[in-house]
Design a protein around this ligand. Structure first.
Ligand code: NAD
Length: 249
């Protein structure tokens, strides 16, 4: 078991078809006690219950610092430690550059980028007190190739921001044995893109993927588990591409 008795917190993990829940399930199978944080509408308690009685689901909005801090207090009270944080919550919007409004910009950047800041700020003091921890941030291939699949330019910017923030955290907290790494998924079949890719565009996308298929949530979950676990204990500040070869650079 790669995560035996580790406490792993996953933001945006309640969507049963999403990357966060696939990661939660794989982490639970690897022995972790999993805490799923998500918006009330996503029902994180129900999602956690599907993993079994050792796990916890809490309502937390990553755009709200107090909400992240309140969740961490509850996690500390129940488990006494936090070993892993997966900054997974994110939203997207297919819109062209000149059409992005200020409200669109705020909404998209707030969840991925501000959310990564606030959830990490809430969890880091716990990891500092333990002198150990692993944070995995979910960016996107969109950050690396300038979008072009589904998300607009503000989504690319948010996810590129996540890469910079994570690398800076890796530098600042490495001395306290806290690792921070990113995963950059390509196109993975989840609710975020369900029914949103026209059939003709789908074939063009597939033609550009050397492995010849769209990704599955478990393709990403496996890489997140690797970065969360001690298998990767000399990795920090890395960006792990999970895109079937869509972007080889
Ligand atoms: P998803 O929509 O299933 O998951 C996103 C989750 O984030 C949802 O459960 C949602 O309720 C939650 N969320 C939204 N706003 C939140 C907030 N303010 N606070 C807490 N939780 C919030 O989609 P997914 O595809 O599983 O996406 C997971 C992550 O992976 C996202 O960051 C997304 O940008 C990223 N990503 C996805 C793909 C893909 O192709 N699916 C590719 C690259 C990156």
């Amino acid at each position: 078991m790669l995560l035996k008795d580790k406490v792993a917190v996953i933001t945006g993990g309640a969507g049963l078809n999403g990357l966060g829940f696939a990661t939660a399930r794989m982490m639970a199978n690897q022995g972790a006690k999993v805490v799923i944080l998500d918006l009330e509408v996503a029902n994180p308690a129900d999602a956690a219950a599907q993993l079994g009685p050792d796990h916890l689901g809490l309502v937390a909005n990553v755009t709200d610092k107090a909400s992240c801090e309140a969740a961490v207090e509850q996690i500390k009270a129940k488990y006494g430690r936090i070993d892993v944080l997966v900054n997974n919550a994110g939203i997207t919007q297919p819109v062209k550059f000149l059409d992005i409004t200020g409200a669109d910009y705020d909404r998209i950047l707030d969840v991925s980028l501000r959310g990564t800041l606030y959830a990490s700020q809430a969890v880091l003091p716990v990891m500092q007190s333990q002198n150990s921890g692993s944070i995995v941030c979910i960016s996107s291939v969109s950050a690396q190739r300038g979008g072009g699949i589904l998300g607009g330019p503000h989504y690319s910017a948010a996810k590129a921001g996540v890469l910079g923030l994570a690398r800076a955290m890796a530098r600042e907290f490495g001395g306290q044995n806290i690792r921070v790494n990113c995963v950059t998924p390509g196109l993975i079949a989840t609710d975020i893109n369900k029914g949103k890719i026209p059939e003709d565009k789908r074939q063009t996308i597939l033609d550009g993927i050397p492995l010849g298929r769209i990704g599955e949530p478990n393709d990403v979950a496996g890489c997140v588990v690797f970065l969360a676990s001690d298998l990767s204990k000399y990795c920090t500040g890395v960006t792990l591409d999970v895109n079937g070869g869509m972007l080889i650079h």
